[in-house]
Design a protein around this ligand. Structure first.
Ligand SMILES: *Cc1c(COP(=O)(O)O)cnc(C)c1O
Length: 381
């Protein structure tokens, strides 16, 4: 099956009893048993629920994995991966990391004696330098948030192969339409399904997709034992979101490129960071690692370098909404230093390049003319 067909049919079946084309909402906590221990395959909805199962099968299909798992949030999915580890284990993570992941690693898991190294993974050598006998997990995002750096997934996997180290990729920014990390050698893919997978800014949800059934089973055990499952209503919405993922991502990518090109030619703008631009330092890697386009996330800075200019611009947008998050059909604008990345200490932000004049756009699927006019007007203001 090719991708556009997969998002609609992959892993999916009609409901067995009535033939309902869409798997219904199974609003039940428990399932009747014929005789003690003799059941339909479903016992209790924390372990499995048919609506969530339909979503999980679709997730496994679109990421080419053995098993999908759906969580109550993206962070709950990350939490599940970290619980594979034992005290004393070490993790190497990319330095330009989603703020909430950084907060979880440093403020929750360090106190359970996990050790985190944050490195610039554009250069794979920075990873190999930090590997010790205790290294058990590599955690990376590509493209990164918000600096849109790319990490060569295949090179990272080759660098650690045979060492008993798992590679997990947060694929939220690219979505499975643009990039499938398991095909490039990763062991686990993670998504904040709140973003492109859900696609309508109406749910908080997370996903893991495991390359092998064994790893899928281990992660399912942790999910079952810790309890951070996605409920049936939100599972239904996420599954509905997946059906239009390909067509939405196509438009996000077309609009993203046009917005990036427009900003690049605007006199008030200093730097535009978008992997689809030929001047992006890793444009060649983007072309080989991603497919079908480069997504809807565009980051830029002001020629003046002034925080006030960024704030004024954000206050004057009318079609773009000033809000955290990304990946919905509507265009959003964000000021990372004051909003999504405020939990990262200022010195650390400066070190990695999240300056106070930096703006991140999540370009939606509206008419491009309206988006460009909105940006132009807000820059004039
Ligand atoms: C939003 C986001 C998360 C966290 O997901 P939630 O659903 O908000 O818990 C993790 N990684 C990335 C890249 C994100 O954008």
């Amino acid at each position: 099956m090719k991708f556009n067909t997969k998002v609609i049919h992959g892993g999916q079946h009609h409901e067995a009893v009535t033939g309902a084309v869409n798997v219904p909402l199974f609003l039940t906590s428990t399932f009747a048993q014929k005789s003690p221990g003799e059941h339909s395959g479903y016992e209790y909805s924390r372990a499995a629920n048919p609506t969530r199962q339909a979503l999980e099968d679709a997730l496994a299909s679109i990421e080419n994995g053995a098993r999908g798992l759906a969580f109550g949030s993206g962070l709950a999915a990350i939490d599940c991966v970290l619980k594979l580890l034992n005290p004393g284990d070490e993790v190497i993570a990319c330095d330009d990391l989603y703020g909430g992941s950084y907060r979880m690693f440093v403020r929750l898991f360090e106190k359970y004696q996990l050790k985190f190294h944050f490195v610039n993974m554009e250069n794979t050598e920075n990873i190999t330098e930090k590997i010790t006998a205790k290294t058990k997990l590599i955690w990376l995002e590509t493209p990164t948030n918000p600096l849109m750096k790319l990490i060569d997934i295949k090179a990272v996997c080759q660098a650690v192969s045979g060492k008993g180290i798992l590679v997990a990729v947060d694929n939220t920014f690219a979505s499975p339409y643009l990039q499938n990390p398991l095909d490039l050698g990763a062991d686990i893919v993670m998504h904040s399904a709140t973003k492109y997978i859900g696609g309508h800014s109406d749910i908080i949800a997370g996903a893991l997709i495991a390359k092998t059934p064994e790893l899928g089973e281990q992660l399912h055990f942790i999910q079952f034992a810790s309890g951070a499952i996605l409920g049936p209503h939100d599972s239904y919405l996420a599954l509905r979101g997946i059906k239009t993922l390909a067509i939405r991502m196509q438009r996000h990518s077309e609009n993203g490129l046009k917005v990036a090109e427009f900003l690049q030619n605007h006199p008030m703008i200093k730097e535009v960071i978008y992997p689809g631009l030929s001047n992006h330092p890793q444009h060649e890697l983007a072309k080989s690692q991603m497919r079908n386009g480069f997504g809807g996330m565009v980051t830029f800075t002001f020629r003046s370098g002034k925080k006030e200019d960024a704030i004024k611009f954000l206050e004057n947008l009318k079609v773009f909404t000033l809000a955290e998050s990304l990946g919905g059909v509507e265009s959003l604008a964000n000021h990372p230093a004051l909003m999504t990345h405020a939990s990262i200490p200022a010195e650390k932000r400066a070190e990695i390049g999240i300056t106070d004049d930096l703006v991140r756009l999540s370009v939606g699927i509206e008419d491009i003319e309206d988006l460009l006019t909105d940006i132009d007007n807000a820059l004039k203001a």
